[in-house]
Design a protein around this ligand. Structure first.
Ligand code: HEC
Ligand code: HEC
Length: 291
């Protein structure tokens, strides 16, 4: 074989000198542009490895940190500290301002509304619905019908201490399970259902309503009031309006009187920061029904 590589007659390309059964291998190197990109990538990878965190070093329980010492987590923590520092004064002002003064301060009100809305979405919307529209057993917070009271102080107290929740200061009352516990017979409950239906101004069996009158006075009036308009101190709903915490049809009312409901709203003291509870009170109060 000569020093100069052999050139294939047909294609004009040099051969590698390898030959099998008369078939010769042509020497076709990778194109220059491809090689340029290939080596370029390797160079970039090496530069990146030197500057940025790259390989894990499991035996030393660490990793190559790179010359820039970049860390996603450290950046995040720094951002959080910055955020806390920027919010700190607002949080302090919120907690130090009387509830009824917050609405007079547009800047503070803005902060309370934004923080309240976000905390509501995270903690309250699961039960009260998004935006506080309410659902079966979970009162709407957007209307002006209140079980326990709709002033800023009432709302803050409810959020802080809960309803039938843990803690000594929780709001509490307990409607008896009149049917389950045998306090009233099935027939008496049937009559009372007609009475409750008539209270909200709907067509009801007149004879049953008359029979139920003394039953209501004896068993229900101490909480729901002689006139059925409810008692806030006990969270007993007004039965004369068209607004129902549960539902106003006969089957649901029968179930309520037979087994009672006694819905539970959690205590938020200790689970949310005081300033968050303050913001939530302002936010809920602003939803439309604040008193
Ligand atoms: C686990 C479900 C649940 C969660 C979560 C919840 N609540 Fe409630 N909430 C209730 C129930 C049930 C009631 C009504 C209890 C009753 O029957 O008196 C209630 C009642 C209330 C009331 C009183 C309404 C009235 O008419 O007096 C307010 C105000 C309130 N919730 C605000 C909130 C806020 C703010 C949050 C979030 C921090 C929240 N709730 C989270 C279940 C919940
Ligand atoms: C100890 C107080 C108490 C007594 C007594 C009581 N209730 Fe209630 N009642 C409540 C409370 C509090 C609620 C709503 C809160 C809950 O149970 O979740 C309620 C809810 C209801 C509801 C559901 C209202 C709605 O909006 O869905 C009906 C109906 C009702 N009561 C009827 C009666 C009748 C009829 C009697 C008498 C046989 C009676 N209650 C006796 C406290 C009482």
């Amino acid at each position: 074989m000569s020093d100069r590589p052999e050139v294939d007659d047909h294609s004009g390309t040099e051969t590698t000198g390898h030959e099998w059964d008369g078939i010769k291998e042509l020497n076709t190197p990778l194109p220059r542009w491809w090689l340029t990109i290939w080596f370029g990538c390797i160079a970039i990878a090496i530069v990146y490895m030197v500057l940025m965190p790259s390989w894990p070093l499991p035996w030393a329980d660490t990793y190559l940190k790179g010359l820039r010492h970049y860390s996603e987590r450290a950046t995040f923590e720094k951002d959080m500290v910055k955020l806390a520092a920027s919010r700190g004064p607002d949080e302090a002002r919120l907690i130090n301002t009387a509830l009824d003064q917050i609405e007079n301060n547009p800047e503070l009100l803005n902060f309370a509304m934004a923080a309240g809305k976000s905390a509501f979405g995270d903690n309250c919307a699961t039960c009260h619905g998004s935006g506080g529209v309410g659902t079966f057993g979970y009162p709407a917070l957007v209307d002006d019908v209140w079980l326990w009271g709709g002033t800023l102080d009432d709302i803050k107290y409810t959020i802080t201490n809960g309803i039938r929740s843990t803690g000594d200061d929780t709001r509490f009352s307990q409607m008896p399970a009149f049917g389950r516990d045998g306090l009233l017979s099935k027939d008496e409950i049937k009559d009372l259902v007609e009475y409750v239906v008539s209270l909200s101004g709907r067509e009801a069996d007149k004879a049953a309503v008359a029979r139920a009158q003394p039953l209501f006075a004896d068993n229900c009036a101490m909480c729901h009031g002689e006139d059925g308009k409810g008692t806030r101190e006990l969270g007993a709903p007004n039965l004369t309006d068209a607004d129902w915490l549960y539902a106003g049809d006969r089957a649901t009312i029968t179930e309520t009187i037979t087994n009672s409901r006694n819905g539970v709203m959690p205590t938020w003291q200790g689970r949310l920061e005081p300033w968050t509870i303050q913001a939530l009170a302002v936010y809920v109060h602003s939803l439309g029904g604040g008193e």
